[in-house]
Design a protein around this ligand. Structure first.
Ligand code: FEO
Length: 392
């Protein structure tokens, strides 16, 4: 893909990674991704904003073949998918300064071995003139690493946001053409890496409030030429109330836990509560993370194996604890053969969650009438808690 103009003297560069299916050996990428870099050519100076994943460095270097001089390389984020090609770009443009937050400087030295004398650190709110174009740097920590910042191009009203507002999609359309598709991908990305940092992200969003942003150019996925909706979506994900929704990750070995999950799902629906279920044996973990953004309650369906929770349920519980969703209530349902410490072990795995734990329902072997009645009571409690909490 060649460089593509998005505004006068502002161009998209970068690479589409159509076939990548996993990020960090953890996060599913069903639609691939892109690593977006941007070239801003002022009347006096030229800046490159971000680079690409190191495996795609040749693509970026080929796009830069016709560029005589780069004065500044702005690195918004030290993670390799944006910074990995920086050493090669600095080698190709020996006069370029690397513009970063003070925190990013140390990280880029640690991760990429960049020489100390290439750096130019910028404070929050600092500006850099390229002649007829001005870059303003806004520190936005914890989106999703501690060093992250964004750049506002004052004359063109463009926010270069890096991971913030980004989505993992590989597409030839430069701008968003299908907001529904991008909404889902952006929510998935928020859920997987930003949800734990909601408090700081809220402050970052406050900082951006007074700025006239006509376009958001992230470093993954498509560019928002009408960015209001994605900023509204982030507000809902970050500060909106949990929804009247139970997220039910489960695993079943011989069908007993599945019977309980089926019964509880129906009982919750009868209580007017929405349910999203995820069979952990087959689910896309990103879908589960996405549902967690809205969950009012999480119920883990778990059989006991080897005297403790099934490892897939333990994995989902560990992940939920790490992602710190807004959910206010949590419970456990499941079946065991003869004993075990499933509830104690899972309860000990969620120290980060500020949840009220509702009475678990565990049954021995296949569930009986009394177990189904206990599930009905759990559904009624959840329904009432959601009503009392005003979840919509
Ligand atoms: Fe797209 Fe946090 O890197």
């Amino acid at each position: 893909m060649h460089k593509r103009q998005i505004k006068e003297k502002v161009s998209w560069m970068g690479a589409l990674d159509w076939d990548r299916r996993l990020f960090d050996s953890l996060i599913p990428l069903p639609d691939g991704t892109s690593y977006n870099a941007y070239l801003v050519e002022g009347s006096e100076k030229t800046a490159l904003l971000d680079t690409v994943d190191p495996v795609m460095a040749d693509t970026l270097l080929a796009q830069l073949a016709g560029v005589d001089k780069i004065d500044f390389v702005v690195s918004h984020h030290a993670e390799q998918d944006h910074s990995g090609a920086i050493p090669r770009v600095l080698e190709r443009f020996p006069e370029a300064r690397l513009v970063v937050t003070p925190k990013a400087k140390g990280m880029l030295i640690d991760h990429l071995g960049v020489s100390e004398n290439r750096f130019m650190t910028v404070e929050d709110g600092a500006t850099l003139s390229l002649g007829d174009k001005t870059l303003r740097f806004i520190h936005t920590p914890w989106v999703h690493w501690p060093e992250t910042m964004v750049t506002y191009l004052e004359e063109d009203l463009i926010l270069f946001s890096c991971d913030f507002y980004g989505s993992h999609i590989a597409a030839t359309d430069l701008f968003v053409t299908d907001p529904g598709r991008v909404y889902e991908a952006a929510k998935r990305y928020f859920a997987e890496i930003m949800m734990p940092f909601r408090k700081v992200i809220e402050k970052n969003m406050e900082k951006l409030k007074g700025i006239d942003i006509q376009m958001i150019a992230p470093s993954h996925g498509q560019i928002y030429d009408r960015p209001a909706w994605i900023m509204d979506a982030y507000r809902d994900w970050v500060i909106g109330d949990p929804h009247n929704l139970v997220v039910l990750p489960f695993v079943s070995m011989h069908g007993s836990t599945l019977q309980m999950v089926d019964h509880l799902s129906s009982a919750l629906v009868a209580q007017g509560v929405r349910v999203e279920r995820f069979n952990l044996a087959v689910t896309d973990i990103g879908k589960l993370a996405m549902a967690m953004v809205d969950a009012g309650t999480v119920v883990v369906g778990v059989p006991t194996v080897l005297a403790g929770p099934h490892p897939l349920a333990a994995y989902a519980t560990f992940l939920a604890n790490a992602l710190r969703p807004k959910a206010k209530f949590l419970s456990i349902v499941g079946s065991y053969g003869w004993g075990g410490k499933t509830v104690e072990i899972l309860a000990g795995m969620i120290p980060n969650l500020k949840v009220e734990v509702l009475e678990p329902v565990l049954c021995k072997g296949v569930p009986l009438k009394t177990d189904f009645e206990a599930l009905d009571r759990l559904a009624a409690v959840i329904g009432q808690k959601h009503k009392d909490s005003g979840f919509k």
